[in-house]
Design a protein around this ligand. Sequence first.
Ligand SMILES: *Cc1c(COP(=O)(O)O)cnc(C)c1O
Length: 331
Amino acid sequence: MTALPSQIRARIDYRLAKHTRIHLLPTDSQGNLWIKREDELSAGISGSKLRKYSSLVPFLKDSKVQTVGIIGGPNSNNLVGLIQILRENSIKPLAFIREAADQTVRGNSLFLNMLLSDDEKRIISRDKWDSVLEIAKRETERVASDCHIIEEGAFGMEALWGAMTLAESLLENEGDNSILFEKIYIDSGTGLSAIGLILGLELIDDKRANDREIIITLIAGEESEFLEKLADLRTKLIAENGLTKKSALKLRFLKPVLSPKFGSVNKSLFDCCISIARDEGILMDPTYSVKHYETVRIDLRSSPSKEKALFIFNGSPLGILGFQERLDINP
Ligand SMILES: *Cc1c(COP(=O)(O)O)cnc(C)c1O
């Protein structure tokens, strides 16, 4: 069985959570490292986000909410993506955006300005950011009675169902190419996309759990937080859907080898961004995917093997636009 349980599938809009292809990375002469093109899910929304929205949006429509409070930083891929999909479905966004350290309008902060009118956003000062969830609840309830709050990064059970479709698509790739990926590399911010992959594989491919290792690049957050969220969502998912617990997958965690602090950038990172474009023909966003890519490459180099490995590219090249003047193309 390579499909999620039917009660979960019923909550997902599969026109959003489509199958994506894999291909070999051209620089890998051994033919062992493949990439999954989640970036191809959408031109304007990063791929992993669209999978989350594929169940979040049906949930919002079923709940008939008309206004949704959304939370994120001024460079958030999630805010940019969510607003597009909410508009498409005639749901009104009210965005709570962290005050920017750098006021220059570019990349995602430009897209947020394009997508939101002034009365649809509240800038939250950095010293109040710790209480943003309460502020968002209070303010959204004040402006609309039929409202709902979506947490930062769209973290939550309603988005997890859609995130699990990555596991279905990956198993379809394996079947089509007669491959088993022994190493699967995925990047993590809130962790929900990686947790979706892990729980999806545990549910529908538990027989091969011992043959695989899932390796998580922690772009944001710590291993202990990730494991807590994973355990919590696993318990809830099993209880709410009347499922039985299957064998857990082997996990390993990596810290980014380049500019490890979340949101930080440096020259090596931009040099790497350009090399990836020239060597692999892929435009990758520096914040997540370039850091993930270089971390994976180093991990594979430090323990060379014949095992098949898959790099999950969750990204969207739009993330590059925040850094145009830093990308010195003639170093
Ligand atoms: C949002 C995002 C992530 C992180 O997803 P989480 O589900 O929050 O862990 C990873 N890569 C890219 C490109 C993203 O936009």
